[in-house]
Design a protein around this ligand. Structure first.
Ligand SMILES: [Zn+2]
Length: 233
């Protein structure tokens, strides 16, 4: 399964407009035990990825050349990838970049083309990301999860701004921010700075869940509480 989907217009835009920052190769002495059978595993090479990542400044992005280490189980022979913290699988544009663009699209007044261009994405990508966020879950579920994570702060469901171009995506984005802030308050470590990045990154690290645009589950399974994955779907 490829982590990088370099194709079409995005590739052309990236190659000319973003400098490449080569990241040093890093891995532990040994890979973690197999997640499926618990067996010992061994390192099995690297995979080159080229993610577009957010910087501390909104709308300033960098393109990285990042080698991710591959492990393989000596018992069941399952191969797996060890992602560094903050790296979300199967996305060229990482989650904080996507969150910034979607926020601009749903809440801003700038043309979508301008917003997409700030991160060298296409208009099609910006629209697809917005639809994806809007369909990810219900804002109410996120606010309920935020209250469960941190009951000390009452989380109030605010109606999305009337001027929002995509009220549903705006509401989901606000819910993600609320849950991401609650996670940060209770000390769940995250390198991501947006709600979308923190919440999906946390689900990935904790449960191994990946929410892809083109494959895998498209919606939350409501496994958002710190207690873990529910026993029934
Ligand atoms: Zn195994």
């Amino acid at each position: 399964m490829s982590d990088v989907l370099l194709s079409g217009a995005d590739r052309k835009r990236l190659s000319v407009s973003l400098p490449l920052f080569i990241q040093p190769r890093q891995r532990d002495a040994r890979p973690p035990p197999c997640r499926r059978c618990g067996g010992t595993s061994w390192w099995n090479g690297w995979r080159e990825t080229f993610p577009v990542v957010a910087t501390a400044a909104v709308a300033v992005v960098e393109r990285w050349q990042l080698s991710v280490p591959l492990g393989k189980c000596s018992c069941c022979h399952r191969g797996f990838t060890c992602y560094p913290p903050g790296f979300y699988p199967r996305r060229q544009y990482q989650l904080d970049v996507v969150a910034d663009v979607v926020a601009g699209v749903v809440l801003g007044s700038e043309p979508v083309a301008h917003i997409a261009a700030t991160v060298t994405a296409s208009v099609t990508s910006a629209r697809r990301w917005t639809a994806w966020v809007g369909a990810l879950t219900r804002a109410g579920e996120l606010l309920a999860a935020a209250a469960q994570v941190d009951a000390s702060v009452a989380t109030v469901a605010l109606p999305p701004p009337r001027c929002a171009r995509h009220p549903r995506a705006a509401a989901v984005l606000a819910g993600l921010e609320a849950l991401g802030a609650a996670l940060a308050r209770v000390g769940v470590a995250a390198v991501e700075r947006t709600g979308l990045g923190r919440v999906l990154g946390w689900q990935h690290r904790r449960h191994g869940d990946v929410y892809g645009l083109v494959c895998g589950p498209r919606r939350f399974s409501s496994a958002m509480a710190p207690g873990g994955r529910p026993t029934t779907p």
